[in-house]
Design a protein around this ligand. Structure first.
Ligand code: ZN
Ligand code: ZN
Length: 234
């Protein structure tokens, strides 16, 4: 429960960016995966220090430490969280068949390791610190405003509207200006001789999705296909 509580706390620090459809996700590993998608540093330890720059853009010669934070990482969750499950549930048929019993000495050791780590996290002098640069765009599909953490060192990145799922390719010109291009494709009607085109969002490209062509009234659907290339003869 401590591991769960720490992960949910961490998610709260990202609440403006956490997609509402993930609110029902409770497994800490899945929650952390969502956080890592938002911020690759979400499960990394950090230290915070401030200092006055002597020269603009160059690190200050003197830094004053504000403290450090140890975060419950994916590595620890992977190692310990699932392993606890076997002690919380009745043994599976497979295990009782093979006669594999529970090793309570190992369980105690594991709990000891977890406690040690939880203590480190909770005694951090900085807690739940997230830093980032943000930009916001307006969704042209639903009008929702999209707030996006700018990925470190990336000039082109994707932003998603969690209201209607539309995605955008955002380009950073380096001077604080962002250009947004809707992630859309033009798709031509499959009817012979019909040239009607519709515009679909990237997230709408799904096998089985269909539409009626307003020009020829035929029905188009996305389907799986196979492409083939003949072997070259050299
Ligand atoms: Zn939208
Ligand atoms: Zn058509």
């Amino acid at each position: 429960m401590a591991m769960e509580a720490l992960t949910y706390d961490r998610a709260l620090a990202y609440k403006d960016e956490f997609p509402p459809r993930e609110y029902e996700t409770w497994q800490p590993r899945k929650v952390l995966l969502v956080l890592l998608e938002i911020d690759p540093f979400a499960d990394k330890d950090s230290s915070l220090a401030v200092g006055v720059e002597k020269e603009y853009g160059k690190p200050a010669p003197e830094m004053k430490s504000l403290g450090s934070e140890v975060v419950l990482s994916m590595k620890v969750l992977k190692k310990h969280y699932d392993a606890l499950g076997s002690y919380l549930h009745i043994q599976s048929l497979k295990h009782s068949k093979t006669g594999e019993g529970l090793d309570f000495k190992r369980f105690r050791n594991r709990c000891g390791d977890i406690t040690e780590f939880i203590n480190k996290v909770l005694s951090s002098s900085v807690f739940n610190c997230t830093l980032g640069r943000f930009m916001s765009i307006k969704c042209i599909e639903c009008g929702n405003s999209i707030r996006k953490r700018i990925p470190v060192g990336e000039k082109i990145f994707e932003a998603k509207c969690y209201n209607c799922m539309a995605t955008y390719i955002v380009t950073d010109d380096g001077a604080g200006n962002f250009k947004q291009a809707p992630h859309q494709l033009k798709v031509k009607c499959g009817g012979t001789g019909c040239h009607h085109e519709i515009v679909v969002w990237q997230h709408e490209l799904e096998v089985g999705r269909h539409w009626k062509c307003p020009e020829c009234s035929g029905v188009n659907a996305f389907a799986l296909g196979v492409t083939y290339e003949k072997a070259s003869n050299n």
